[in-house]
Write a protein that binds this ligand. Sequence first.
Ligand code: CDT
Length: 310
Amino acid sequence: MRVVTVAAAQMGPIQKSDSRAAVIERMVRLMEAAKAAGADLIVYPELALTTFFPRWYMPDWTEVDTWFEREMPGPNTAALFEAARQHEMAMYLGYAELTTDHHRFNTAILTDKTASLVGKYRKIHLPGHVDYDTERTHQHLEKRYFEPGDLGFPVFRMLGGIFGMAICNDRRWPETYRVMGLQGVEMVVLGYNTPSVNSQKNAEGPQQRYFHSELVMQAGAYQNSCWVVGVAKAGVEDGHPLIGGSIIVNPDGEIVAKAATEGDELLVHACDLDATKFGKATIFDFARHRRIEHYSRITSQTGVILPPEA
Ligand code: CDT
């Protein structure tokens, strides 16, 4: 057995007016509870330090940059890293990254039990739109505020296992998991902010949003025989509801822990990384069963090309 005890640290809403310090205090409290429950690794949501600011159209880029971190760790996050060191807690942390040469990414990092950086991931599948959209019930301006990630889907050795990261909308894409599956990933950790209603289809409300969220993470786990830990920022942020539904999924695609609320809530599960071995050696033994001679469209084509009319 290679057990990594994971704490999925779902966070309730963060209002626009909440300070970073107040948010960090909540995160440290969740980390303390994770430590008390015996966790090795805590997973926080996407853009965990602030409200989900891409819902706000901001023409002023100086204002936009107030939502970004220029250093990690930096003055805003030093206390969180200090707590991680003190509790010997590995961590997945999502935040908005502003690089020294002024590129903006929706980023997540993995740190080890000494709070040292193990790896970085920048969100690749950015949803939403660039300009203010009058047709939508609410805005989703990730394509305005972030560039697509430029680091691929790397995996990292940590805690005796192989870990990969994704961020929110990435979880809906099978390519996300498969690229990491091809590097032997044993646990995918990811955070999300998912509005409870589809801004372009009112009839798609929370019930379907929760269903899709589980569906994609369970499929990703099963098809790559790995653990998936998905963590929400949930609840109503300045009038805008986000789903909860944080889950821990085993390599058979079964949910082993699930959040019951839309607030700060901790799910803890002892995940045996050796449980990934059976699927990887049998039905999803990629080396034996994949037929790459038939997969070229996956990397040579983005949109759909219809067959010729009869
Ligand atoms: N944050 C994020 O990626 N949210 C998306 C919402 C898509 S709707 C434009 C998600 O996939 O949950």
